[in-house]
Design a protein around this ligand. Structure first.
Ligand SMILES: NC(=O)C1=CN([C@@H]2O[C@H](COP(=O)(O)OP(=O)(O)OC[C@H]3O[C@@H](n4cnc5c(N)ncnc54)[C@H](O)[C@@H]3O)[C@@H](O)[C@H]2O)C=CC1
Ligand SMILES: CC(=O)C(=O)O
Ligand SMILES: [Mg+2]
Length: 467
C-alpha cells in the first residue's frame, strides 16, 4: 500500500551480516521488500536504501528487528508518502520567459494596461486574454476531508493539492487549491463569489453536509461559471458508471435491484438522487440513526426530500437489519462498519461498493468471498470507484464549451461515457471501471459532456472539434 511504504537506509558491515539476514529480519517483522538501491559500496561495508511495504502498518517492529541485527546500522527511516509531499505538490509556471525590457513592457506595465482596458470594455475577453478559460478553484473549508472529518483548512491542503495535480495531469486543467478558514455558510459563499472572477469553474471539495447543499446551490445560482461539488456529483457520476457495468456482470436490471446506500451526507444524497434518475425502484438510504423511511419526518431537508420519494422503501431498521436481501450496497460513510456476516446476508450475486476513504466500509478479504462484485475508492485495490474518474473530464468539457453550469444530462452523459470505456469483452468482476490512467476516460467524458451541454443549451462556445 502506498501510504505504508517506508525506505530504510542501512549500513551493512560485510563481516558481520549478509543482505539475506537483513531481508529475513524484515520479512519476519511483517515487511515486504519492494526495492533495493545501493547508495555506496565498499570493501568492508555498504549503504543501501531498502523500500518496504508494511503489511501491518507497524514500522516500529521492523526498526526494532533491524536495530537488533549485529553489523547493521540504521541511518535513516523515511516514509515515501511524506517525501512526495515535501514543499507541496504543485507550482505555478509562467507561459513565456521575460528575457529583456521589451518583453517586460509587454507582459507588465505599460503594455499590460492596453489589455486591461480591452477586458474592461469587453469582459468576455477575460476568457481569451487571461488564465480564466483553463483555471478552476478547488475550494474547501476542511470540514469533511476524505473520511477524516473536520480536520480544518491547513490539514485539508494535501488533498486539495492532490486534486489540483490530477486536474492538470489528467485533463490539462490548471487548478488552484483554496482552503478557507471559516465554516460559516454565508461567509464561504461571499468569499467564493469575491474570488471567482479569475476562475472558469469552481470545484467544491470536502465541505460537510448539510451546509454543502446550500453553498453549492446558491453559488450555482449566483455565478455564471460551473460550480460542482465533487463529493456530491463526481461521486454519484462514477457510482452510476460502476453500477451500470456491475449489473451487466451479475446479469441484473437496474429497475429490479434493491439498493442500500449508507451515509446520507454529501456523496450519499447525490448518489441516491442519481440512482433514482437512472431507474432504481427500491432504495434504502441509511445514516447513523438507521434507515430513512418513506413518509418519515426529518429536519435535514435532503433526507426529507428522500423520504418523500415513492422509490424509497417503507423500512425501518439498522444497517445490519436492512442489508438483508439487498442486491447492492453503496457505502459513503466510514471505514469498517460492515461485517462479513452482513454481506453474507445480501441477495445472491451481490454488489458492494465500499467507498469510504481512506478505509472502506469493509475490507476485501472479508467481502470478496461472499459478493460477486466488490469495489472501493482506493488506488491500491481493483475496481477503484473514485471521483477522480469524473472531475478532470467533466471540467475539461465544461471549460472547453464554456458551460454556464454542469447539469443533470451532462452528469448522466459522463457516467455512460466512463462505463463505455470498459468494452463488453473486457468486462468482468475485477474490471467494471476503467483505470484513471486510461486516457480514453477524459477524452470520452469531455466529448459526452460537451454534447450534452450543447443539446441542453448551457454551452457558450462550440469547441473547434465540434464545429
Ligand atoms: N470514493 C470516492 O470517490 C469518494 C468517497 N467519499 C467518502 O465517503 C465518505 C463520506 O463523504 P462525504 O459524503 O463527503 O461526507 P459527509 O460528512 O458529507 O457525509 C458522511 C455521512 O455519513 C454518515 N455516517 C457517518 N458514520 C456513519 C455510520 N456509522 N453509519 C451510517 N452513516 C454514517 C454521516 O452522518 C454523514 O451523513 C468519506 O469517507 C469519503 O472519503 C466521498 C466522496 C468520494
Ligand atoms: C475521493 C474524495 O473526494 C473523498 O474521499 O472525499
Ligand atoms: Mg472529497
Amino acid at each position: 500500500m502506498a501510504q505504508t511504504s517506508i525506505i530504510f537506509r542501512l549500513e551493512l558491515n560485510h563481516q558481520q551480516v549478509s543482505f539475506g539476514d537483513v531481508a529475513a529480519a524484515i520479512s519476519k517483522a511483517g515487511g515486504d521488500i519492494t526495492s533495493i538501491d545501493v547508495i555506496r559500496s565498499g570493501q568492508d561495508s555498504s549503504i543501501r536504501d531498502i523500500t518496504v511495504d508494511l503489511a501491518d502498518k507497524d514500522e516500529a517492529k521492523i526498526v526494532d528487528a533491524l536495530k537488533k541485527l549485529n553489523g547493521t546500522q540504521l541511518i535513516n527511516v523515511s516514509d515515501r508518502t511524506f517525501l512526495v509531499h515535501l514543499g507541496g505538490k504543485i507550482t505555478v509556471q509562467p507561459t513565456l520567459p521575460i528575457k529583456n525590457r521589451d518583453d517586460l513592457s509587454k507582459v507588465y506595465t505599460p503594455g499590460v494596461a492596453r489589455v486591461c482596458t480591452a477586458i474592461h470594455e469587453n469582459p468576455k475577453k477575460a476568457y481569451s486574454l487571461t488564465i480564466k478559460r483553463n483555471t478552476v478553484a478547488v475550494i474547501t473549508d476542511g470540514t469533511a476531508v476524505l473520511g477524516l472529518g473536520d480536520i480544518g483548512p491547513y490539514a485539508a491542503a494535501p488533498v486539495m493539492e492532490g486534486k489540483a495535480m490530477l486536474f492538470k495531469q489528467l485533463a490539462g486543467v490548471d487548478a488552484f487549491p483554496i482552503c478557507l478558514n471559516t465554516k460559516d455558510t454565508e461567509e464561504i459563499i461571499r468569499t467564493i463569489k469575491a474570488i471567482s472572477p479569475i476562475f472558469g469553474g469552481i470545484n467544491l471539495e470536502d465541505i460537510s453536509s448539510p451546509r454543502c447543499f446550500e453553498i453549492e446551490s446558491r453559488l450555482a445560482e449566483e455565478l455564471d461559471v460551473p460550480v460542482f461539488h465533487d463529493d456530491q456529483h463526481g461521486t454519484a457520476v462514477v457510482v452510476i458508471a460502476g453500477l451500470l457495468n456491475a449489473l451487466k456482470v451479475v446479469g441484473k436490471r437496474i429497475e429490479n435491484i434493491r439498493v442500500v446506500v449508507n451515509g446520507i451526507g454529501a456523496a450519499g444524497v447525490s448518489i441516491c438522487k442519481m440512482l433514482l434518475e437512472a431507474g432504481v425502484t427500491r432504495l434504502v438510504p441509511v445514516d447513523r440513526e438507521g434507515a430513512i423511511v418513506r413518509r418519515g419526518e426529518y429536519a435535514h431537508p435532503m433526507w426529507q426530500w428522500l423520504a418523500d420519494q415513492p422509490q424509497v422503501e417503507n423500512t425501518t431498521g439498522t444497517l445490519q437489519e436492512v442489508i438483508q436481501e439487498a442486491d447492492v450496497f453503496i457505502g459513503v460513510s466510514q471505514g469498517r462498519l460492515l461485517k462479513e456476516e452482513d454481506v453474507k446476508r445480501m441477495a445472491p450475486k451481490s454488489i458492494v461498493f465500499a467507498m469510504a476513504n481512506p478505509e472502506p466500509e469493509i475490507m476485501p478479504e472479508e467481502a470478496l468471498p461472499h459478493v460477486s462484485v466488490y469495489a472501493t475508492g482506493r488506488s491500491d485495490f481493483p475496481n477503484q470507484i473514485n471521483n477522480v474518474l469524473v472531475f478532470p473530464g467533466i471540467f475539461r468539457g465544461a471549460l472547453d464549451c464554456r458551460a454556464r453550469r454542469i447539469n443533470e444530462p451532462m452528469k448522466l452523459a459522463a457516467s455512460r461515457a466512463i462505463a463505455s470505456v470498459v468494452s463488453e469483452s473486457e468486462l468482468n468482476d475485477h474490471y467494471i471501471i476503467p483505470s484513471i490512467f486510461n486516457e480514453a476516460v477524459v477524452t470520452q467524458v469531455r466529448k459526452a459532456v460537451i454534447e450534452a451541454a450543447i443539446i441542453t443549451g448551457v454551452s457558450r462556445r462550440i469547441p473547434p472539434d465540434f464545429r
